[in-house]
Design a protein around this ligand. Sequence first.
Ligand code: C2E
Ligand code: MG
Ligand code: MG
Length: 271
Amino acid sequence: NTFRFHDPAAQAAWSARAELENSLRRALQHDEFMLHYQPQIDRAGRVLGAEALLRWRLPNGRVLYPAEFIRAAEESGIIVEIGKWVLRTACAELARWQRAPETAGLTLSVNVSARQFNQPDFVPMLQAIFEHSGVQPSSLKLELTESLVITDFVQTAHTMATLKRRGLSFSLDDFGTGYSSLATLRKLPLDQLKIDHSFMRDVLTDQNDASIVRSIIALGDSLGLQVIAEGVETPGQRQFLSEAGCHIYQGFLYQRALSAEHFTQYAQGVH
Ligand code: C2E
Ligand code: MG
Ligand code: MG
C-alpha cells in the first residue's frame, strides 16, 4: 500500500558509489594501493625529502589518482584504514632511508585526513607504527589541511602538541584556500606552510595570485614558519618564488611523484 518513486539517475549514482566503496575495501585486502614520492628541493637544487602520494593500481592495471577515490574513501570512513596503511608504508620506507647513509637525512611528508587525525586512537596507532618500523619520527612531517584545523581546533591542537613532543613536524597543506584566521594559525604548533598549487598556476600573469603568494611567504616569515611551494612547473615560477623569499619547491619542474625505488635513485643523484 505504498507508492515508490524510482529515479534511474540517482539509482545509478548510488550504485556506482557503493561499488567504489566495495572496491576500496577489496583494494586494501589485496594490496592494490601504492605510495609514490615527489621530491622537495631547496634553492641549491638539493633533495630535502619527499611527499608521499597515494596511488591505486586496479586489477586491470589502470592506476587511479586520489581525485578519483579519496572523497568516497573519506565519506564512507574507509579513509581511516587506508590512512593507516599509508602511515605504515610511509614509515617503513622512511626507516629504509634512515638506514642508508645517502638517504638518512631525508624527510617524508604524509597527508592525513581530518577523519583519520581525529580518531581517538590516532596517537597510540602512530606510536605502534614507529615502534614496529624502527623509524625516527623526527623526519616525519604530517600534512594537515585548514578545514581539519578549524573543525575541531581544541582536539587538533592537543593531538598536534602530543605528536610534536614525539619529534614530528607539521605542514599546513593547500594553504590559502581555506578560512583559517591568523589567530588560529598562531596557536598551532606548525612548522611549515604549503602554498597551494592553484595559486602557482597563474602567478606570473595574475596580480591577485602573485599578491597572495607574496603575502603567504611574508606571513610564514613573520610567524617563523618554513614556506614550501607546490605545483612549481616552470623556471619563471621558481624565479618569482625565490625573489619573494620562498626557497623550497615541489613540482613537475623537478619531478613527478616517483616509485620508492626511483625516488631513492633520484635522491642519490642517479638521474
Ligand atoms: P596535495 O597534498 O596538495 O598534493 C599535491 C598534488 O599536486 C598531488 O596530486 C601532486 O601530484 C600534484 N602536483 C605536484 N606537482 C605538481 C605540479 O607541478 N603541477 C600540478 N598541476 N600538480 C602537481 P595527487 O597525487 O593527485 O594528490 C591529490 C591530493 O590527494 C593531495 O593533494 C592530497 O590532498 C590527497 N592525497 C594524496 N595522497 C594522500 C594520502 O595518502 N592520504 C590522504 N588522506 N590524502 C592524500
Ligand atoms: Mg599534500
Ligand atoms: Mg596541497
